[in-house]
Design a protein. Sequence first.
Length: 202
Amino acid sequence: MHLQPFKLNTSLEALTSTIETDNEIANWFYYLLSESSLENEFGKGSQFSAELAHLRQKVLLQNSAKITVILFLIIVIFWGRIEHFLAFIPMAVLFIINDKNIKKDIAKLSQSVLLRDFIDNDFQDKSLYQIGENYSKKYSIASLVKIQFFSVNFVRIVFVSSVIVFAFAVPLKILQSYTLIATLFYAAQVITGFHFIFNRMK
C-alpha cells in the first residue's frame, strides 16, 4: 500500500522529464493547457489560471522573438556579411535557456492536470499516448499522435524541399545554401508550435 504513491510519483517524474526534453510532447501539452474549457474547470481566479496566463505571455514573447530573428537571418544570408551571424549567437543561447524554462512550466502545469484526473493504478496502467487520447476525446482537441505525426512530417518536408531547392536548383554560394537550409529547418520547428494549425486537425 505504501508503494503506490511512490509509483505514482515515479511515473509523473518520467512524464515530466519527457515534456521537458521532447518538443512535440511539450507542444501538445501546452496545446491541451490552452484549451479554455480545461482552464474553466480550475477557475479563472485560480493559481493554475494565473500561472497559465504567465506561461502564455512567455510563449508569445519567445515565438515573436524567434520569428523576428528568423526574418533577420534571411536578410543577413542574402545581403549581410558572415561576421553579422556572430550577433545571433547570444540570441540562440537565450532561446535555448528560455525554451527549457518554458517546458518546465508546461510540465509543472501538466502535473496539476494529471494529478487531478489520474490516481494510483489509473495513472500507472495508461501509456502517454493513451493519456493523450483520453484528453483529446474529453476536450475535442487533436490527439498527441496526430500532432506528432504532423510535426515530424512537416519539418521533414521543409528540410528535404529546402535541400532540393537551395542546394541544387537555386545558384547560391555554398555557405548561403547551408545557412538558409538550417534557417528554414529551424523555422519549420517553430511553426509546429503554433496551435492555430493544430485546431485544423481536430
